[in-house]
Structure formats: structure tokens, C-alpha cells
Write a protein that binds this ligand. Sequence first.
Ligand code: OFO
Length: 171
Amino acid sequence: MLSERMQKALNDQIRIEAESSQIYLAMASWSEVKGLEGIAQFMYGQSDEERMHMLKMFKYVNERGGKAEVSELNKPADQYGSIKEMFETLFKHEVFVSQSINELVHISLEEKDYATHNFLQWYVAEQIEEEAQARTILDKINLIGDDKGGLYLFDNDIKQLTVVSSVAPGV
Ligand code: OFO
């Protein structure tokens, strides 16, 4: 059974995961309208992944005798000054999510909820992967700079990065 405090913290995280999905969906639209097909495909994939993160936690809360909440979501930014700015936003957002997961892990230990602690390890590993991926992409974008040909190749390359590796079992 989840404690009240643990349940609230998990529901807060469910909202953050849902908002992450919306943020990346807005990025997909911005890119698609600009003709950046590969980047749009990548962002649609990221958005789906975040929904899966949300659902995995949602089901866990109910499984443990809690009640998963569907919260109101903030409207994400839908304009970016540049591709670089958009990926910087993505990276900063992932760092924020990692901090939030760390806080959840901390609460699970304080609540002596070892089942939730164990459940959260998947998210800890996932965040390492997502931060590393965002950093790699930013490095590439910095290398490309204003080179249009480089950008064209990058838009093509990023299709390969559309992550399938982290699809959680049982969702
Ligand atoms: Fe849910 O991993 Fe990104 O935010």
C-alpha cells in the first residue's frame, strides 16, 4: 500500500511525464512545419515515450492500492528561435526530470517503500540514457553551426536515433 506522501509524489511525477509528452509533441509540430522531417519524427517518438513513462507509473500507482490522477497540464512553448534553442530546452527539461526522479527515490527511502524504490530504478536508468542522448545531439548541433548542408544531413541522421530501446515491458 502506498503512503499518502508517496502517492502524491508519484502523481506529481505522472503529471510531469504527461507534460513532457506535450512538450515534445509541440516540438514535433514546430519541426514538421519547418520541413525538418527527421527531427519531427524524433520528437514524435520522444512524445510517445513520455506517454509510456506516464502510463507505466499510472498503472503502478493503481496496482499498489493508490489512485492515479489525471491532472491539468501546462501548455508547452510552441515557438523556438532555432533548432539549437529547441534541443537546449529539451536537454534542460531532461535534467529537470532527472532531479524530480531523484527526489522521488529519496522520498521512497524516507517512506521505507522498497517496492517503489525498486520500481523507480527503471526511471533512474532511463534518465541517464535520455540525458546522454540529448547531450550527444547538442554536441552535433554545435559542430554543425550554421552549415545548411550539415543541417540537412543531421535531419536525416536523427531518424536513426528514434529510440525503441527503452520501451517498458508490460505497458
Ligand atoms: Fe520521462 O523521461 Fe524524459 O522526461
